[in-house]
Design a protein around this ligand. Sequence first.
Ligand SMILES: CC(C)(COP(=O)(O)OP(=O)(O)OC[C@H]1O[C@@H](n2cnc3c(N)ncnc32)[C@H](O)[C@@H]1OP(=O)(O)O)[C@@H](O)C(=O)NCCC(=O)NCCS
Length: 182
Amino acid sequence: MTDQPHPPEVDIPVKPTSASRTTLSHIMTGNDTNLLGTVHGGVIMKLVDDAAGAVAGRHSGGPAVTASMDEMVFLEPVRVGDLVHVRAQVNWTGRSSMEVGVRVMAERWNESTPAQQVGSAYLVFAAVDEDGKPRRVPQVAPETERDKRRYQEAQIRRTHRLARRRAIKELREQRAAEGIDD
Ligand SMILES: CC(C)(COP(=O)(O)OP(=O)(O)OC[C@H]1O[C@@H](n2cnc3c(N)ncnc32)[C@H](O)[C@@H]1OP(=O)(O)O)[C@@H](O)C(=O)NCCC(=O)NCCS
């Protein structure tokens, strides 16, 4: 996984962020709880992956698989009866990968207050062909100032992901070369 500059994708028209932005809404039930009686984090993660996958599929115009999920943050507990809205959009595109940003909002079933942010996450999806091999995606065209900020922040995360992977790979290779077997 190298990070060479991507050549302009002349034959794939760019797509605006709004073309694939998606919100998935779900009412939490008793089946979604953990032992404390609040909603299990894994239930929210599934919704996040579902919403992000829908966005990645829409943006890339075909199948896309989750390559990574990072910075999943839970800010507040979600409770049974809450109406959860999972909002996702493409923040950044590479050659075959897309970073999707997800914000999780909850409307409390017993309060007439505006929806509250309860979580967020960043996922990388790779668009794949019928053989499961990465295929090119349209470049995303950020539209608003917020989209542009998210694009720039996603580039920072991308740089850090690649650097971390490279550093860990090099460390493992060095240890193997020294004959250390763990
Ligand atoms: C994701 C996958 C297609 C990558 O395939 P690969 O042969 O490693 O291909 P590449 O190294 O060219 O990676 C393809 C793109 O994904 C990105 N990518 C791959 N692994 C990544 C990771 N762990 N984190 C972030 N991005 C990643 C690469 O940077 C590359 O992006 P670019 O084309 O925009 O530069 C492959 O690892 C796969 O199929 N994984 C399983 C996915 C899956 O089944 N998910 C559901 C889990 S049940």
